[in-house]
Design a protein around this ligand. Structure first.
Ligand SMILES: C[S@@+](CC[C@H](N)C(=O)[O-])C[C@H]1O[C@@H](n2cnc3c(N)ncnc32)[C@H](O)[C@@H]1O
Length: 285
């Protein structure tokens, strides 16, 4: 098998150990080509001034943060504004009206939404815009989007909220004008939108409790996890939802009902997953 010329060799069993370790600590199934994995491990090893693959593995065993940092180099951050339009239609036209009706005009509690695996911010900003537009509040409504990711660089870009105009080409002009300001050829998220979103660094493979949510968006994350980690994460997402709350996945993703007791509901060709109203709320970790 061809390997790039690296200063520190990684043996087959060390590569297997590395794959297993990354999967266990970050959930992500590392099916990356061996050459890429070797290159990434080598870059990481050099950036930490380590002398051997043994030293790298020992360090990864000791530190979750070290594993997350290495795994981040292998992760795909593909995203976009209103990436799966039908999901946002379902949020605005089905899930949100249902929640507001259930609350029966009792609005003081914010609508809490989690964008889990938010990449560079396009998803949480799209969620906040969809809710503001549906509630006709022009950025002033009682919604709080918590957005998390494992990659620090992605979170930094998300917090900055500066995007090339080409990224918003397909978004209606009125929306762009309302929520973005033109800044030297780019579009910058306006404070009215920025203030609705809080960003946080989080590894979805580890339990961490951010409170209860009315809706959770976890799009294009689960298919990248190993089967065991995928089921465990889906179960945690279920716990973190309010009874009656909805989980939004990527357009073709599915959660088998045998794994988690969600009720599925279809809008056009899009399936959302509802935690039954009769289910209890989570009480702890
Ligand atoms: C393909 S992107 C999808 C982004 C966005 N949800 C969307 O659909 O547009 C997957 C994101 O999940 C993040 N991710 C992968 N594994 C993660 C983990 N264990 N913890 C937190 N985020 C993770 C990646 O960093 C990446 O930003």
């Amino acid at each position: 098998m061809h390997r790039p010329s690296t200063s520190v060799a990684m043996l087959e069993h060390q590569l297997s150990e590395l794959r297993l370790l990354l999967e266990r600590k970050t959930g992500v199934l590392v099916d990356t080509a061996t050459e890429t994995l070797v290159e990434v491990a080598e870059e990481h090893l050099q950036s930490r001034h380590l002398a051997s693959a043994e030293e790298l593995l020992a360090r990864l065993h000791l530190s979750d943060a070290e594993c997350e940092s290495l795994a981040a180099r292998l992760m795909d951050g593909t995203t976009g504004f209103f990436r799966y339009p039908v999901a946002y239609e379902t949020l605005a036209g089905v899930a949100l009206p249902e929640l507001l009706k259930r609350r029966n005009g009792d609005q003081p509690r914010a609508v809490r939404i989690w964008s889990a695996g938010c990449s560079t911010g396009e998803e949480p900003y799209s969620i906040a815009i969809a809710v503001c537009e549906a509630m006709n509040c022009n950025g002033g409504c009682n919604v709080h989007v918590v957005a998390s990711d494992i990659r620090p660089d992605a979170l930094k870009a998300a917090q900055r909220g500066l995007y090339p105009e080409s990224e918003l080409q397909r978004v209606p002009r009125q929306i762009v004008q309302t929520y973005f300001a033109k800044v030297s050829g780019h579009l910058l998220v306006k404070p009215r939108l920025r203030n609705l979103v809080t960003f946080s660094s989080m590894n979805l493979a580890q339990p961490a409790y951010l409170g209860q949510f009315d809706f959770i968006f976890c799009m294009d994350v689960l298919p990248r996890f190993s089967t065991a980690q995928r089921i465990a994460l889906a179960q945690r997402l279920y716990l973190y939802l309010q009874p009656g709350g909805y989980l939004f996945l990527g357009q073709r993703e599915k959660i088998p009902s045998a794994d988690v007791p969600f009720n599925s509901r279809q809008n056009k060709d899009y399936v959302i997953y509802q935690k039954p109203l009769a289910a209890g709320a989570k009480t702890g970790r």
